[in-house]
Design a protein around this ligand. Structure first.
Ligand SMILES: [Zn+2]
Length: 252
């Protein structure tokens, strides 16, 4: 089936998923990658991807700002036993700007441990990773190169361009959200990144400032529109390329 794919949506956090999926299909989306962030959302994501089989695809992982009360070994086991049902490990990564991390060295070390162990699991399972790298750009890339599976996406990457270039040279993808309409940092990243390395997504239910409401997967059409305008390319061309990229990375 053709049509754009929302490659990063926290569907387990959305209300009334039935309507969300109906609107996504009406908008022409050919699929959704549902990411998780904690053990409860891993379980919720697995339930949803079973319900919307062949349309919603699971990414399982513990998020770098959601690990505080999570059991790492239990999470790794849960991911491992469901590995055949997922297309990626995510959302995982580092976040140095989160307030509980900034002032706590021990939590920062724990965050790194969660990231490294999940990267190693992704490598063992030969699955790509969906990476959150806010404020930890260089460290995040280095750990990913050292311990990861060698394939993945730097989700909503908005960091320095020298780190971006190294990530692109190492073969990673970078994803674009509706924030590309407004965010100077994301616009700079998207200008720098060749189309064959870009994925589109919403990070639903992240708030869309210009619409004054939370996002949902059908809003990936906004990402597509603003990215096409920024790149000076037709929407069809950007849609075809980003869909091809998503299908290659997630083997869908
Ligand atoms: Zn996310």
């Amino acid at each position: 089936m053709m049509g754009p794919i929302d490659t990063h949506a926290h569907v387990a956090d959305l209300p009334d998923v039935d309507s969300v999926v109906t609107r996504a299909k009406a908008a022409g989306l050919s699929g959704i990658v549902a990411v998780s962030a904690s053990i409860p959302t891993i379980e919720g994501t697995l339930r949803l991807t079973k319900q919307y089989r062949n349309y919603m695809h699971a990414a399982l992982g513990i998020h770098p700002t959601e690990f505080f009360n999570q059991d790492l070994d239990a999470a790794l086991l849960l991911i491992k036993i469901n590995a055949s049902r997922c297309v990626a490990i995510g959302e995982i990564g580092l976040d140095y700007w989160h307030k509980q991390i900034r002032r706590d060295k021990i939590q920062r070390e724990r965050q790194t441990e969660f990231y490294v162990k999940q990267l190693q699991l992704a490598r063992d399972l030969d699955l790509p990773v969906s990476i959150h790298s806010r404020g930890a750009w260089r460290d995040c890339l280095e750990l990913t190169n050292k311990h990861g599976p060698g394939k993945g996406v730097f989700h909503w990457y908005s960091g320095p361009l020298d780190v971006l270039r190294d990530a692109l040279n190492a073969g990673y993808y970078v994803s674009c959200t509706p924030a590309v309409e407004m965010s100077t940092d994301l616009r700079a990243v998207m200008i720098e990144t060749p189309l064959e390395r870009i994925l589109i997504e919403t990070d639903s239910p992240v708030w869309i400032k210009s619409l004054n409401r939370p996002s949902e997967p059908s809003d990936v059409l906004l990402t597509l529109r603003h990215l096409s305008e920024l790149k000076g390319l037709s929407q069809d061309e950007v849609e075809a390329a980003t869909t091809r990229n998503a299908r290659a990375l997630f083997r869908m």
